[in-house]
Design a protein around this ligand. Structure first.
Ligand SMILES: *[C@@H]1O[C@H](CO)[C@@H](O)[C@H](O)[C@H]1NC(C)=O
Ligand SMILES: *[C@@H]1O[C@H](CO)[C@@H](O)[C@H](O)[C@H]1NC(C)=O
Ligand SMILES: *[C@@H]1O[C@H](CO)[C@@H](O)[C@H](O)[C@H]1NC(C)=O
Ligand SMILES: *[C@@H]1O[C@H](CO)[C@@H](O)[C@H](O)[C@H]1NC(C)=O
Ligand SMILES: *[C@@H]1O[C@H](CO)[C@@H](O)[C@H](O)[C@H]1NC(C)=O
Length: 412
């Protein structure tokens, strides 16, 4: 058992190293623009709106930067952060345009898709930028739904990394009524209504009946990310939920949200422990975020849930759907008795894959030995899966590592 633990530790370390190396991307737009103080405002807002991470993840793109003087107009409008994100995402073209290509556009005019279009917020052609070769070698830029006006022009090439990333300077901000449209302020979003309308009605109704709703609402303005279990999963969980005390119910609901805004890209890059709304000093109620290929999973010691979709994403509020209810060990370790009670189906199905990594982690964290005191905490089904799993974990782990590295490489 000890030898196996040691090899498990090695596997975890290798896995962790590989995980952290997967966050290395082809370029870092923040670092590139840092070299040019005249773009500091533009650069600041790329970070603030989390577009920088999105840019770093993509290749074959063009960033149309605007200098600090050119940013003054848009700053004067005092846009909300989500409107600012829309406007700036119009400046990220999903194709590579170096200086040479800009001056050699077929037929002298082209529509370039932008990140505004890719995010799905834009309707019709409003996410496209019109690039047109004008007289005298000038190249004009305008948002497509801007009435045919091309207010900005190409100034110079800033950094070209063919054909991953081109950074060019344009003379002024591109904008459009749709990009600037004020999103409803998040605090006026009815979060239970949003969830009810998109597959999480049971969770939303349960939340509405609990004091946890107030905790959620109090956190929206400062940043809130909600993980709501889909109706099927939460319905199955009802018998266990009913068994909880009022405080237990509230803690369970609060353990399904974190008090910060997390875009999908941020979740993918920031693997590790996260506090939840239920976290309060010693009562940890935390979650582990972990990528599984292109998917993001959330783990407690007892269950692994997968994010199945984005229900809402407008900074500072994000809502994702989950295929499983998160069972905090703080509430359920006593309930999971050592006698082999029939394990609930959804968790049992997840056990072989999820629990192996989880157990390896807990071995590192807890102790060199699996003390007998630990055992009753574990779901018996989980335990069995792990005991078998430990023997094969090196082979299995390596396959998983190789697979995830390949998935990451394929994405780049
Ligand atoms: C990008 O560069 C900035 C500034 O140098 C740095 O703070 C940031 O951590 C870098 N991001 C990544 C993902 O490496
Ligand atoms: C771009 O805008 C110009 C000026 O309004 C227009 O003549 C041209 O047809 C537009 N290009 C495309 C591809 O729509
Ligand atoms: C483009 O990105 C790839 C990785 O995706 C990297 O290997 C290559 O060096 C990059 N090219 C340039 C010119 O930066
Ligand atoms: C949110 O919507 C629900 C109906 O889905 C309604 O019962 C509730 O009163 C609304 N809450 C607020 C604060 O408007
Ligand atoms: C609810 O609690 C009772 C008493 O503790 C227990 O016998 C029963 O199995 C529990 N039901 C569920 C679904 O956990």
């Amino acid at each position: 058992m000890h030898i196996l633990s040691a090899s498990a530790v090695t596997a975890v370390l290798a896995f962790t190293l590989l995980l952290s190396s997967t966050t290395i991307t082809a370029h870092n737009i923040t670092a590139i623009l840092n070299k040019y103080p005249e773009f500091s405002t533009f650069n600041h807002y790329l970070t603030e709106t989390h577009l920088a991470a999105e840019i770093n993840r993509r290749i074959t793109i063009t960033v149309c930067a605007v200098d600090n003087a050119g940013m003054a107009d848009v700053l004067a409008k005092h846009l909300s952060i989500s409107a600012m994100k829309n406007v700036l995402s119009l400046h990220v073209l999903l194709d590579y345009f170096g200086a040479k290509k800009l001056h050699q556009i077929t037929d002298g005019t082209a529509l370039a898709a932008t990140m505004f279009q890719a995010t799905g917020t834009a309707t019709g052609t409003s996410g496209f930028v019109n690039i047109t070769d004008l007289k005298g070698g000038k190249v004009g830029f305008g948002a497509e739904d801007n009435g045919g006006v091309l207010p900005a022009s190409f100034v110079k090439s800033v950094d070209e990394r063919p054909y991953n990333l081109s950074v060019i300077q344009i003379s002024q901000i591109l904008t459009s009524p749709e990009a600037e449209a004020p999103a409803p302020a998040p605090s006026t979003q009815n979060i239970t209504k949003l969830m009810s309308a998109h597959g999480c009605k049971v969770f939303a109704d349960t939340l509405s009946a609990s004091d946890a709703l107030k905790t959620y609402e109090d956190n929206v303005d400062g940043g809130l990310t909600i993980f709501c279990p889909l109706d099927d999963a939460f319905k199955k969980f009802q018998p266990k939920f009913k068994n909880l005390t009022v405080a237990g119910k509230q803690a369970l609901l609060e353990s399904h949200a974190v008090p910060v805004y997390e875009s999908m890209q941020m979740l993918k890059q920031n693997n590790g422990l996260m506090n939840t709304l239920a976290t309060d000093g010693a009562s940890k109620f935390d979650l582990t975020v972990q990528n599984d290929g292109d998917e993001v999973t959330l783990k407690t010691k007892l269950v692994t849930a997968r994010i199945t979709g984005t229900l809402f994403d407008e900074q500072p509020l994000a809502i994702y759907t989950l295929n499983n209810v998160l069972l905090p060990k703080e509430l359920f370790k006593a309930a999971l008795s050592p006698t082999p009670a029939p394990a609930p189906a959804p968790e049992a199905a997840d056990a072989p894959k999820g629990s192996k990594k989880k157990k390896k982690k807990s071995k590192v964290a807890n102790s060199p030995s699996d003390s007998p005191a630990d055992s009753p905490d574990e779901d018996p089904a989980d335990q069995t899966a792990d005991d078998n799993g430990a023997v094969v974990s090196n082979g299995g782990g390596l396959v998983a590592i190789v697979m995830s590295v390949w998935l990451v490489l394929l994405q780049l």
